[in-house]
Write a protein that binds this ligand. Sequence first.
Ligand code: ZN
Length: 653
Amino acid sequence: MPSRWNDAPLPESDDPLDQLAHVSRLLGSDPDLVLHGGGNTSVKGVTPDITGATVETLFVKGSGYDLATIPPRGFAPLRLARLRELLTVDSLRDAQMMNQLRCALLDSSAPDPSVEALLHALLPHRWVLHTHADAIVTLTHVPDEGLVQRVLGEEVLVVPYVMPGFDLARLVAMLWAERATEDTTGIVLRGHGLFTVGDSAEQAYERHIALVDRAADRIGSGGGVPISAPALPDVPALELASFRKELSQAAGVPLIVTRHSDPAAAAFVARPDLDVVTQQGPATPEHSIRTKRVPMVGRRLDAYVVDYDDYVTANEERLGATVTRLDPAPRVVLDPRWGMLTAGRTVKDADIAADVYHHTMGIIDAAVRLGGYVAPTAAEIFDVEYWELEQAKLKRAAAPSRFTGYVALVTGAATGIGRACAQELLAQGAAVVGTGRHENVHDVSGSPAYLGIVADAKDPAAMRAVLQRTVERFGGLDILVANAGIYCPTAPIAELDDDVWSDVLGTNLDAVARLFRDAHPLLAASPVKGRVVAVSSKNVAAPGPGVAPYSVSKAGLTQLCRLAALEWAPAGIRVNLVTPDAVFDTALWNEDLVKARADKYGLSVDDYRLRNLLRTEITSAGVARVVADLCSADFSATTGAVIPIDGGNDRVI
Ligand code: ZN
């Protein structure tokens, strides 16, 4: 692990907070050191008080900030003297400690200080850096308990595992007082991570990297080679979607499930000792919040759920207290054929579980090569998974969005109504796959909950591949918005062009019929019962001359949806239509076309735009909100309906 001190330009100011943000981002940008909000850093300085005095201050990472991106305002300023007073208290519950930390802030608008603030406060050095470096943690998970000290030398203090919080700070304070010398540069917390100290940010950083590098060197020479394995087979989409349904039922809420078939996952699930090494526990108890204590190996979900409930019950008995139970569904599934599946309420949760477990695989692999993998005990893990601060978070958590955990597919998502539908469903919590013929389907959203795929709706193989990728990325399919469609040049039937006819019918009708056929098994396997909305047109009820291919295709689409509503009702799948009209912000329209139409009717452009009974403007976003509503539980008793979004049309009414 090379030092990256000079990789990024140093901050020009010598303000310690700028320097602290800089060194924090250096550490945070390396996933082998910290993942997703892990780790914390601090500097000791002074703050001018309103009375003119100066206050000795600890600036420590605020919770909710990620080291990789933390700005100077992400550090909480605390009265150092008060923190050191708190360390003299014999015992403090963690909720009490957090309250005391907030009371020690010098700025009422500062973020909550890191739960490890007291540990930073007790160390005499000005700069303190803490990460959960994989290489360090690995050396503490082997049967040879003396290994980490031998590898890193006497310059580090090795502390037995205690969960983060007040008790850990007290223990470190005691051991530091007893054993630290002028040569001590760091602290290894078993099963947790590394602290280094220094008189400058650079010194603390270089010490950190040097210790991690020494650990990584030892692991690299641990003997043996990483296991490699052949690539994993393709898995039918329905097999994965059916599993997501079971998993969601076990959780009591719809989950996002992502399949990982990368070489590391493929090699790991091929381990002959998979059942043994993975059931020891996570590399650090904090990971249980992301991955649960152990992954599920194979497909025996019922057994996993029973085991999880037993684990909670046994620990409740040990503690003599009841807890707010988390759902018993696994968040990581390891299967020799599937590879790794990770699950979460949101795409972000499923992705974090994947990142954490990818690192866990590396740690287990390395520890086994060093003689065996020894994880924290189930009780130690439970105490973090059901920590009072985590339980308090559950009670504070906001209600999920309407479509949290749902998976939607929107065709024709690159522009207009399709784009608006994709964005609306994302905004309401769904994971969304958007398809379109052009590259701009990728820029609908930058959220990890969005996947844009270039695919022509008329190409059956491409659309089947879309369904497969939807399931591999998000686990299944709950909502289908069949929006892709094309208009046609104006021409009377007497001058019908064969190519136009087959192109328009092929896109607006044939392609949707095939997509319905191929998507049906997935919609039937939805844990929330599938919902379909097709975008039709006012033209069906109120056709205009000259656009026969378009009108006929949309009429056919309407009948297709009515039949699907009939056929799919037994599976609980709802199929509805919207018939927007005069949505001028779509790709079908441009300024010239609107002007030409307005002229044709002898109207001004504005009058033409508002040419409906309500004289209301119809927008893509407005159509998208209705589409989302139709997919929601509010419309759970509605199927086979045609909802006009046209401002009122006397020919339709
Ligand atoms: Zn930590």
